[in-house]
Ligand binder design. Sequence first.
Ligand code: CS2
Ligand code: MG
Length: 405
Amino acid sequence: MKIKEIKVFVCCPGRNFVTVKIITDKGVYGLGDATLNGRELAVVAYLEEHVIPCLIGRDPQEIEDIWQYLYKGAYWQNGAVSMAAIGAIDVALWDIKGKIAGLPVYQLLGGRSRKAVTVYAHVNGETIKDVLNNLEQAINQGYKVVRLQCTIPGIAGTYGTLGDKKNYYELQGNRPLPPEHGWSTTKYLNFIPELFKKARERFGYDIELCHDVHSRLTPIEAVQLGKMLEPYRLKFLEDAVTYENTDGYKVIRNQTSIPLALGEKFNTIWDAKPLIENQTIDFVRTAVTHGGGLTPLKKLADFASLYHVRMAPHGAPDLSPICFMAHMHLDLWAPNFGIQEFVGFGTPELNEIFSYNATLKDGDIYIEDTPGIGVEFNEEAAKKYPYKRSYLPVTRLEDGTLWSW
Ligand code: CS2
Ligand code: MG
């Protein structure tokens, strides 16, 4: 069997998605997600100009060699753009191998380690009262783990909140230039502990809670936050400081017992290695799309398991259903699976383009034993939603200092 053609699709059903389709000379095809929010077309160019010409005519079953060839062979290893491209190719090849074998990909990874994938839901709001009412709904829907984010009084566009938008697609889909959001660490540290105090007072400790700092703090500020949140026993505190500052996580670890999650911006196992070896990470948040595919994520999971570090793959709305389903297979297999981020099954427009079988029950997701990854892509429907340039926001302190990490 040979790779005959590789197509790249960009569509924008509310927000942009980049999809790779590898077609073999036997008609078997595989799908991969190459979406890199705000830099989508750079990945398309990397694929079309540099990766695809190297793969036509190759045996799609040589997944490991093709991964090594694209990663090491590029000479310029790593980087968000190249790893999103390689990630999509890799997942599409696992999709093909599963279809050839007539097996769902988790069987190829080593089989099930659990019957379903436990997910954490997003709950946010403009006030603590809002958030707690939304949390009640999530608990009634059966979620066992929930991420809480709330608009900080005086900080417009606080990360993780919707403001006046009805959903993430409306929020993220229409940003012709990067919106500029404000930030005040003082206002944030004065407010967030109160949110979790109120949540525990009203709902107790059976519901597991987590929070995403989105890399907005310095190490000592993260220590202050961690100490104030310790009584509320979070499942994890995410991206307390930027992932690049691995020593910063030692500062947090040495002074607080709060579990730490990070890694959505990791591109390779090398980004995770020092944090795992230093035991300064408890949950690895890397997604197959941004981490280079299932091939490296499997290695990362195996390495992390030596240190009792668990996997908690990124599942934000800017990762396509192909990435979501690839995670279902990784999560069903990984002996050190922790929790999967889940933001819902998307909009009617999204589901017109991407179709897959997954059901949510009591905070767990079940998938069917479809050969491969288990996603179909409707090329005709995708044509109805052309690409629209859109950016992630940048953050500035009140004195104008650029503060995004
Ligand atoms: C976030 C993401 O879900 C998360 O944990 O950090 O929403 C992140 O902001 C986006 O994926 C960035 O594109
Ligand atoms: Mg995050």
